[in-house]
Write a protein that binds this ligand. Sequence first.
Ligand SMILES: C[S@@+](CC[C@H](N)C(=O)[O-])C[C@H]1O[C@@H](n2cnc3c(N)ncnc32)[C@H](O)[C@@H]1O
Length: 272
Amino acid sequence: MAAAAFDGGAVQARQTHYRMSLVDAWQIREGSRVLEIACGQGDMTAVLAEAAGPGGRVTAVDIADPGYGAPVSLGDSAAHLLRSDLGARIEFRFQTDLLDPQVDFPNDAFDVAVLAHGAWYFRDLEQLRQVLRRLRSWAKRLCIAEWSLAPDSIEQVAHMLAVLIQGEIGLRATANEANVRTPFSRERLLVLLDETGWNVSESGSGDTGELQDGSWEVDYCLHDAVSTAASLDLPAGVRAWIASQVELLRELAGRSSARALPSYWVIADRRM
Ligand SMILES: C[S@@+](CC[C@H](N)C(=O)[O-])C[C@H]1O[C@@H](n2cnc3c(N)ncnc32)[C@H](O)[C@@H]1O
């Protein structure tokens, strides 16, 4: 991954190992045709391409512009992956909105669709609901991984609070694609899957103990949330409530470094 150049590879390796455990749990087989939704910089894309093998294919889509993302943009990260041995198995499609009627695939074009840690970045739950519904014609199996909002330990509470604050801002901001803006509970996802015609056949939890996402999210929230809230036309009470939560987050972050929340994964099969 191109991002490995920024940290000597150690941080990236943890992210990749975590995704390898998800792909194992999802039993992605050699030769699979995979549709990956919200691929971002391609951390999961690379692991899916490895699992799919030389006879498989990963079509990785993201709604964002290839210039989006730091420290490596989506486009630069994709270009790096495409130059690797895995490149021939991958097709990236950026600026691709799966709800655009002009974006389409043949029926059952994919063995499996994957959405890994991308759903909280959707504009809202309605957009997610519509994508889940549309996916039904393209793949009969859907694998999702997301953070759990429920901390297992006190050190994970800061990560939880950071995403709740971003969710509260996300409900009021019009353009905030770069960040978590629609956090939801595991139970909410299960309801959405059921409503959109997917039966969960297997589920489990991911091992997030080595991941740094908790402190990344807290830092991001502490640096960004108050100024984003200040730029919005919010009632004074809402602004003050967000400020109070950010103050609480700062206090928690000062006590210990934030650990990443637990995560969960599901395999869902299309209901006939
Ligand atoms: C955290 S990143 C994804 C991480 C990636 N799946 C991984 O495993 O490393 C979230 C991505 O979701 C994308 N996104 C948000 N809403 C989307 C949508 N409606 N369709 C496709 N991608 C979307 C964002 O542009 C962003 O790149």
